[in-house]
Ligand binder design. Structure first.
Ligand code: ZN
Length: 551
């Protein structure tokens, strides 16, 4: 279909566009202007905001943790039943909608891609198959490393080349696009009885410190020229004083690239009248001064949700605060942990209110939107479908302050939020929800923008009374040049098609594979043959292979 979107307000920060412009679409791509006579259709979108499809670089979409979370959320599914074509369907639930409904909920916000950030390599097959059930959106996954015995053994032996090859082999064997490190060495140490580990504390078995593990994997990711740096869930999640650990972690990296994920959960100070305060200002200052660092926030929003993390240290602590009172904390294949804890963030709870404020401080104090991505760490801070309300908090200071007024007064004493005047512009919103995630993942040649050559993923939003209403539902959503949402309605056929899987163009047949085979035979309860995925196992909907970084 050759289509012209006429007269919209195009917001495309990657190409420096923020104003009235026409958009030309042919064969699923954005193309240079062509005469109206050659168009199959001309759509008048005057007065509407036109952006590339949204890209969520951190959303727990699939894998064992999400299945466990659904099992633990009976009440949530009871309260949020989902009907389609007259029948009750799987897919109900506010906190962890099923894979299928997840795609529709993203489409209904104008999103066209989301990335699962904590795929256990041993569970890659299950995670990919579950994600293949998500219609509409493109997807990808980050492989969890840094607590698994194979990599830790190589790191402890100082075999840097083997570590590098093991990283490449794991990403290729599991169809992953990036490396995720959760509490480096901490999940491993948890199994030996430790409940907290510091940056320079040797682990009980391998004798490696979290700093050594992080630097070893960062070196491997850099040597391989992976587009996305180590996606780091740091130490001391949720603890007062975590801000000091986060500052020390940034300094430990000494200019090497890193992406600090759900930074909000790692930005708490100690002390003050409540023993718990905001460390956001100091962290934002160091992030601003560190061009090697990118972040996503993991914003907390009030209401019920479920927390799901590989970080058994933090989840074992959180289990005491479960709501409803049930939780699951376990090890999986000596690769990493898994902790699932239902939770409710409350306005009147000082700690929860402070978490909300700390997240917003980070959004507003980190100056460069190209190094920040919008996330709630779905479902850990809140389910992803609260994004429109989060966008309103960023764009509308009066609204933000009105919500702040409903929180315990102490929040205004120990944070700077009330004094921050910044309001995000439309261009900044397009950056943190589209352009920056695409660039940070290395998929920005064809995604996250609306220049000629880009895949025609396009969201058209009608301006409504407030920003949350505006971004709650696109009037139109194009995916690869075809309508998925038209005049606010999800279209049956187009809304059933799966997206592509983003992977990397990685070397095959690395010598480290022979060592892995031996390790699997001797140590693991899993054969190498069933660990490695064939491409066709995760390519439902197509594969999009991205080049490694040049230079
Ligand atoms: Zn996460």
């Amino acid at each position: 279909m050759r289509l012209i979107l006429r007269g919209g307000h195009v917001v495309d920060p990657m190409n420096g566009v923020d104003g009235p412009a026409d958009l030309f679409v042919a064969d699923g791509r954005i193309v240079p202007p062509f005469p109206e006579a050659e168009a199959d259709r001309v759509l008048d979108v005057a007065g509407c905001i036109v952006m590339a499809g949204g890209i969520d670089l951190h959303s727990h979409l699939g894998g064992g943790k999400m299945l466990l979370a659904r099992e633990l959320m009976a009440e949530d599914h009871h309260r949020h039943r989902y009907r389609a074509e007259g029948a009750l369907r799987a897919g109900s639930g506010h906190a962890v909608p099923c894979a299928f409904h997840t795609g529709w909920m993203y489409a209904r916000m104008g999103y066209t891609a989301a990335f699962e950030p904590a795929m256990l390599p041993a569970n890659a097959r299950g995670a990919h198959l579950e994600m293949a059930d998500i219609p509409v959106i493109d997807r990808g996954a980050y492989a969890l490393l840094g607590n698994d015995d194979f990599t830790l053994g190589l790191l402890a032996a100082g075999e840097r080349e083997a570590v590098r090859d093991a990283v490449a082999w794991t990403l290729r064997a599991t169809g992953a696009i990036a490396v995720k490190v959760v509490n480096p060495g901490g999940i491993e140490a948890f199994k030996w009885g430790l409940r907290k580990i510091d940056l320079d504390e040797p682990g009980p078995h391998y004798g490696l410190t979290p700093r050594q593990i992080l630097l070893g994997l960062t070196e491997a990711v850099d040597a391989l020229k992976l587009p996305h740096p180590v996606h780091l869930h740091g130490l001391h999640l949720g603890l007062p004083g975590s801000a000091q650990t986060t500052l020390a972690t940034i300094r430990a990296l000494d200019g090497r690239r890193v992406h600090l994920t759900h930074l909000q959960f790692h930005s708490y100070g100690r002390g003050g009248p409540f023993g718990f305060t905001s460390g956001a200002a100091e962290i934002a200052e160091l992030v601003n001064a560190s061009p090697n660092v990118s972040v996503d926030v993991g914003q907390v929003m009030f209401g019920p949700t479920v927390t799901a993390s590989g970080d058994t240290m933090s989840q074992a602590r959180n289990a005491a605060h479960a709501h409803p009172k049930r939780a699951c904390v376990m090890d999986i294949e000596c690769e990493a942990g898994c902790g699932v804890v239902p939770f409710r963030y409350r306005h009147r709870n000082l700690v929860n209110a402070l978490q909300w404020a700390v997240g917003l401080e980070l959004f507003l104090l980190v100056e460069d939107p190209w190094r920040l991505a919008l996330s709630t760490d779905h479902p850990n801070g809140a389910p992803f479908h609260v994004y429109p309300e989060l966008i309103r908090l960023l764009m509308d200071r009066d609204h933000r302050n009105a919500v702040l007024e409903t929180l315990p007064a102490a929040v205004r004493e120990v944070t700077h939020l009330a004094d921050i005047r910044r309001e995000y512009t439309l261009s900044e919103i397009a950056t943190i929800t589209r352009a920056a995630p695409a660039r940070l993942l290395g998929i920005d040649a064809e995604y996250g923008h609306l220049g000629p050559g880009a895949v025609a993923d396009v969201a058209v939003y009608e301006r409504k009374g407030d920003w949350a209403a505006t971004f709650a539902a696109p009037r139109h959503l194009l995916r690869r040049g075809r309508f998925v949402v038209e005049n606010g309605e999800l279209l049956g056929e187009a809304a059933l098609e799966p997206g592509v899987v983003h992977v990397l163009d990685l070397p095959d047949d690395l010598p480290v594979r022979r060592r892995a085979a031996r390790f699997f035979d001797e140590v693991r309860g899993l054969s190498l043959a069933s660990f490695e995925l064939a491409e066709e196992e995760y390519a439902a909907g197509g594969l999009e292979r991205h080049p490694l970084r040049a230079g």
